[in-house]
Ligand binder design. Structure first.
Ligand code: ADP
Length: 448
């Protein structure tokens, strides 16, 4: 605790200083001269102390004051303690600001602090990235001058911040940003900007999905309802007409059934948790079933079907899911290749991976469609796909199944030449089983 300069002590000091001078002055007969000389030296001494003080405050870097003398000792000490207190407070404040900034940096959104006049006080790193702000160049700039969108300016000036504002980003093309503004303290605003592009896309996908499902179900329902309305209970239709109606209604019902089944299997695959320790599945047996089904589908088409299968090559995975992935590709090749085509199904090891491919010599697919084939309900030729009973979900299911098995669907196709759909599984998924025959590989060729 430092000592306080008190008036009595000061008066006592002056008395102790001037009284001897006065006495000596009286003795030598020049009291005023001695008092003058004493006052002058006191003034010089005080100026000297003042100089030391200002030198310490302005020029010296040391936090400790110079040694004080006389009454100045308390002054120096007082200033030192004041500075010490201020420094502590400053440090506390800096610590608080740093923690606030660290917190704001940790937020997964862009954060900007504004004055009421919309000038920028501070922003986090994400704000620089998301809004293209520059720091410190944009410090003090008005945010509505940097986000040059009339809707933003209007929103900020209306000050109705209950609802968020969604705007296309002027900085990154195709991105949608959501702005939320929160007034705080007396005159500050905090703007939180979130990239909602993905959310918007998901919302759009959901809408498209519902619209597509309704559309897909409406078409067969319209056909069935149309026929049913034609016949009333009293008059039976002529047998020829009834036969046609019955065949068409049955076809449409099967289509709806297949669509619903595919939707269910898609939602099952999407909803199911990934099983880590998948069981080894007998791929050879699976492909044998598929080849039998393919032959029955091939009856009207008369393609040459070649199955080139490694009999000892199995993998770990989900049997039900992989059955749909393998069969979708084989059945698509049969459906989308003109009668009398050639389809080669291969299941072999290649580059230490288990490799599956289906090659056909059908019409092929134009390059602009290839990346979109795995989108739900996407079909190159809707009319043609409908006649095959296709819903546009098969490849979407295949893609999901493969990603759950750490694999990817690859599509190569050339218009007029044919297509190759393939995927591969890493060697850690491969299970080697003793081959059924000595060649470890068998080729089966069927031509209808
Ligand atoms: P769909 O149920 O309509 O067959 P898919 O998702 O299985 O749906 O296939 C999507 C689209 O991809 C098909 O409508 C078809 O236009 C195209 N496609 C798939 N496989 C082939 C193929 N082997 N040859 C040509 N086009 C194909």
């Amino acid at each position: 605790m430092y000592r306080v300069v008190n008036k009595q002590a000061l008066a006592k000091r002056l008395l102790i200083y001037f009284l001897p001078l006065l006495l000596i002055g009286v003795l030598v007969g020049a009291p005023f001269l001695l008092l003058f000389l004493g006052s002058f030296s006191l003034l010089v001494w005080h100026y000297h102390q003042l100089y030391r003080l200002s030198d310490w405050l302005l020029n010296q870097r040391s936090f400790n004051p110079p040694e004080g003398e006389g009454a100045w000792e308390q002054v120096f000490e007082g200033i030192y303690h004041l500075q010490h207190r201020n420094r502590k407070k400053r440090n506390e404040l800096a610590d608080l600001i740093r923690r606030f900034r660290d917190g704001a940096e940790a937020v997964p959104d862009a954060v900007i602090v504004l004055q009421r006049d919309l000038s920028i006080v501070w922003c986090n790193q994400l704000a620089l990235k998301v809004l293209g702000l520059q720091w410190p160049a944009d410090h003090g700039q008005r945010l509505d001058n940097l986000i040059r969108d009339p809707k933003f300016a209007k929103y900020m000036h209306l000050e109705k911040f209950d609802e968020a504002l969604e705007l296309e980003s002027g900085h990154a093309v195709g991105q949608v940003l959501e702005y939320r503004v929160m007034p705080y303290a007396t005159s500050q605003l905090m703007v939180v900007v979130r990239n909602v592009t993905r959310l918007k896309q998901l919302e759009q996908m959901r809408k498209d999905f519902v619209a597509n499902v309704s559309h897909e179900l409406r078409t067969p329902l319209t056909v069935v309802t149309g026929y049913l309305e034609m016949f009333d209970g009293d008059t039976l239709p002529p047998p020829a007409m009834w036969n046609k109606a019955q065949t068409t209604m049955l076809e449409q019902c099967k289509r709806m059934d297949s669509l619903v089944n595919q939707l269910l299997s898609l939602s099952r695959i999407e909803g199911a948790r990934r099983q880590d320790g998948d069981k080894a599945i007998n791929v050879v047996q699976l492909l044998t079933y598929i080849s039998t089904e393919a032959q029955s589908l091939n009856q009207d088409k008369g393609h040459e079907l070649i199955f080139d299968i490694d009999n000892s090559l199995d993998i770990k995975g989900s049997e039900e899911e992989l059955r749909s992935a393998f069969s979708n590709l084989v059945f698509n090749a049969i459906h989308y290749t003109k009668p009398g085509g050639k389809i080669i199904v291969t299941w072999q090891t290649k580059d230490e991976q288990a490799h599956f491919s289906v090659v056909d010599n059908g019409d092929g697919i134009a390059p602009e469609h290839i990346n979109r084939l795995t989108e739900r309900f996407y079909r190159v030729d809707k009319a043609r796909s409908r006649t095959t009973g296709g819903s546009g979900l098969g490849l979407a299911i295949t893609k999901h199944v493969l990603s759950r098995h750490d694999s990817q669907l690859k599509i190569k196709s050339k218009l007029g030449e044919g297509s190759c759909f393939s995927f591969a599984f890493d060697k850690d998924k491969i299970v080697r089983t003793p081959a059924l025959d000595s060649t470890q590989s068998h080729k089966s060729v069927t031509s209808e």
